[in-house]
Design a protein around this ligand. Sequence first.
Ligand code: ZN
Length: 694
Amino acid sequence: MKRPKTAATPEDRNPLIADWAGAFTLPPFGAIKPEHFRPAFDRALAAHRAEIDAIAAGPSEPNFDNTIVALEKSGRELDRVANVFFVLTGADTSDEIEAIEREISPLLARHNNALYLNRALYARIAELYGKRDMLGLDPEQARVLERYHTRFMRAGAGVEQQAQDRLAAINERLASLGTQFGQNVLADEKSFALVLEENDLAGLPDFVRAAARAAAEERGQPGKYVITLARSSVETFLQFSSRRELREKAFQGWIRRGENGGATDNRALIAEMVALRDERAKLLGFANFADYRLDDQMAKTPAAARKLLDEVWGRARLKAAAERDALQAMIAEEGGNFALAPWDWRYYTEKLRKARYDLDEAEIKPYFQLDKMIEAAFETARRLFGLTFKPVAAPLYHPDARAWDVTDAQGQHVALFIGDYFARGSKHSGAWMTSLRDQEKLMGDIRPVILNVCNFSKPVAGEPALLSFDDARTLFHEFGHALHGMLSNVTYPLLAGTGVPSDFVELPSQLYEHWLEVPEILRKYARHAATDKPIPQTLLDRLLATRTFNQGFATVEFISCALVDLDLHSTPDTAAIDVTEFERKDLERIAMPAEIVMRHRLPHFQHLFSGGGYAAGYYSYMWSEVLDADAFAAFEESGNAFDPATAKRLRDFVYSAGNLREPADAYKSFRGRLPTVDALLKKRGLVDAAIKER
Ligand SMILES: [Zn+2]
């Protein structure tokens, strides 16, 4: 492993350590080199460690100021360095950055253990928590104390030493297993290639052929065509290729990632991780990992999450069965003499979509220009929350990244928003929101710097960037997360912006997607790239009519994952789990339709095992969808998609409220009641009448 030369830059000339004096106090990206990170991390980790030790060993009686406020003010240098570093590891990485990441990740895990398993520190927090009603705290202070207490409790700060040692060891082992899991999936993706000749391309439209040619070139096979296991590659191939045996080949490669035997097989890792998580949960006083995980979520219990999933599951299976019948009928019509298989589903669905709605991707795309969709997202934020976005020149980490100064109705600075929209080799796949600085008022009126990172195709120079409708939806989704960060209005950093439970954090993002489909937004911003004509009403109607098309399949694909996730993380016997067998039996138990495969099978289910942010938490997306569907219905009921009174409550209790309240209380304050599942069923076309109609 290559070690950066720590002596190369004297500390006083390390730009990560120096004061950032430029516009918006941005990091001086132009001056930051990979070799600056290790010494900056070392210094920041040591400084934070010293701060923690000083708070824990404080000679005076613990009070809110010398314990909670002191913790909130600590670790600032570490935040600063880590924020810059993790923006780069995601959006503009390199071999050097990746090497530092492998080095620094376990150090950060150990640092976290040292903080959250610190007994002396926990004793002070617990003492304060015990007498919280006598401390004269305002509601936000009470909330931040409660959150600290919960965090330390859940980490194991209160358990005895022997158990703590075991917890620390488990955490480190889980961290390295998680890293290995992700690298194995990546390795299986890299080693698979379906190489095609000219005569294998039947059914593939030009844009799929072009991508396959580019993939072949990248893999040193110029002139050929390669289908990879990247979702964008294999999914479009399955959608369009009329060669059934090739579809099967691609599909088998795709669903066997992490299950191919040898060094990259993930099944033993999963068994070990599930057992370790179960052991950790028991050390912390819970019956199993799912109970532990959901205890600090909005759902609170696995039973509550299951209740929702079960309610949708039966209807989704009915709708999927109707969809299957329609696809099978299409096969028969074509004279096909075979039963629909999983690798046929996308292909016949695409044909049915064309037949039923006369909808062609090539016809839609020119109406969805990236710059117009950015404007549409901004306009929505202006009408809902009074925000204005002005482009500004700011020194960023890549020339494709752009910045906007965000101001409120009074012209006051709210945030700096950075949009980094195009795919490139140095960027991880997917789309996400992140920050370089979070909002707070503890150390002055600190305004946030928020990023959206996406992977849209970059056009050739001079051409406008065009999005698919799904891309546009992604843009709105991530912008919803961004608003959650930008509108944050709290005092304490712990409570700021997106620092909420994961089954609540997708509400601001999934809710924002609804405004993309508001006709007045589309009519104004969906304009043809060449003619500037607005999207014709008939095309718009056809586009919006497909909203519930194939939703039985999509819902089954998703919920099966959420159910298997919960079952795996609450199974009573975690000794030597046979992962393949577990998955098979569990799918049998829930009566999974034979023609549909889980969206993520266990051996490559990165949400659960690569890091584990969504372990026993995959249900979160559906939980948040109940909220977002019900929340948007509040605007519909008012008769105005931008109703000012509803928008104000949404801002006060959701977008600007961070983690000030329990999610259920926050939602009730916004809506006047808890959500019902009705709006979600309607949105997905799963109400009884709609299912029968097909
Ligand atoms: Zn999201």
